[in-house]
Write a protein that binds this ligand. Structure first.
Ligand code: SF4
Length: 335
């Protein structure tokens, strides 16, 4: 069995608002194995990006980790000081953001931004760092890399900027790469190229990847395992074949029914009615019940916990009894 590189346990993230602290992530747990790609999927506002930022130690000033643990390399990242986290960020764990223009610094050249992590984390001198930076640009498919080194982000196309972001993220050969909607802002052709590139680089460096996306097409392309989030909770988790061929949670079924799939029998595309609840919306029972076509009285009153079904987990009253998270973890460890 592949070695575990990350374990998130009961993570709860809150934001300070005029109404006090409100939870955006409500006790999520998952692990990531070496060389594995886990896709975290769900609509905007489900807590997937906030979970990623928590792992990176990059929560905004009004956010806090109220509870839980994030284990990496024998350390609980939640308990580390900012200077300790900084040594891990960009070195062992890197992140690619949706819009590279917000992540790349407009006033520094591509070369400077690529060389910086190499000099800080790997202690490379200026000449060696520059040589490696050119190599990295070649690896991510950027033509004329020496010339690009001297250019500024605004001088490159969107697809090229995303390739530069990937090169920066991979500069120190991280153990974990977190990609937050890395292709959403790109057109379909460039999107496919970037996904291929990520797959190729992952194979080459045996990097573990957490891919945050709302796009089931992207999930089908890259995932080994899928975590479905809704309103701050994990509602289903399983390997990619199980999630696509035998989705159990009505929300996962709704997500799949809303995207075209040539491999699956599909009568028609249907959107999930309603929208994700806001942070301050108080929902009793199952958090999906206001949008669920199968909701019962019990669903409106009692909150279901995760249940193990075969080799995947589901949070739904229609799918078995209530099992505590501890029981689930020990059952999964035994698999
Ligand atoms: Fe729907 Fe009830 Fe299952 Fe929630 S618990 S997803 S409301 S059937």
């Amino acid at each position: 069995m592949a070695e575990e590189v990350l374990r998130v346990k009961d993570l709860e993230v809150q934001f300070k608002t005029a109404e006090g602290y409100l939870s955006a992530v409500r006790g999520i747990s998952f692990n990531l194995k070496k060389g594995e790609t886990v896709c975290v999927v769900g609509e905007s506002g489900c807590g997937k990006s906030i979970s990623a930022l928590s792992i990176m130690g990059l929560l905004p000033a009004n956010g806090r980790i109220a509870n839980g643990e994030i284990w990496f390399d024998g350390k609980d990242l939640v308990k580390l000081r900012q200077d300790e986290i900084q040594k891990i960020r960009g070195n062992d764990i890197s992140m690619i953001f949706q819009e590279p223009m917000t992540a790349l610094n407009p006033v520094f050249t591509i070369g400077f931004q690529l060389c910086e992590p190499l000099r800080i984390h790997q202690n490379l001198n200026k000449t060696v760092a520059a040589k490696k930076a050119v190599e990295l640009l070649k690896q991510v498919g950027i033509s004329e890399p020496e010339r690009r080194m001297k250019q500024y982000p605004h001088e490159l196309s969107g697809g090229m900027r995303q390739r530069v972001m990937i090169a920066i993220a991979l500069a120190c050969e991280p153990k974990i790469l977190i990609a937050d909607e890395p292709t959403t802002a790109l057109d379909v052709t460039i999107q496919a190229q970037i996904l291929d590139l990520l797959n190729e680089l992952k194979q080459k460096f045996n990097t573990s990847v957490i891919m945050i996306t709302h796009d089931m097409g992207v999930v089908a392309e890259v995932a080994d395992r899928v975590i479905v989030m809704y309103a701050g909770e994990v509602v289903e988790e399983g390997d990619v074949e199980t999630i696509f061929n035998d989705p159990q949670h009505p929300y996962t079924q709704g997500l799949l029914a809303s995207v075209p799939n040539v491999d699956r029998e599909q009568e028609e595309l249907t959107a999930i009615p309603g929208s994700m609840p806001s942070l301050n919306e108080k929902i009793e029972g199952c958090r999906f019940h206001p949008r669920c076509p199968f909701a019962t009285e019990k669903c409106k009153l009692q909150h279901p916990s995760m249940t193990m079904i075969g080799n995947h987990k589901v949070r739904c009253w229609l799918k078995g009894g209530q099992v505590s998270d501890d029981n689930i973890n020990s059952q999964r460890d035994a698999l």
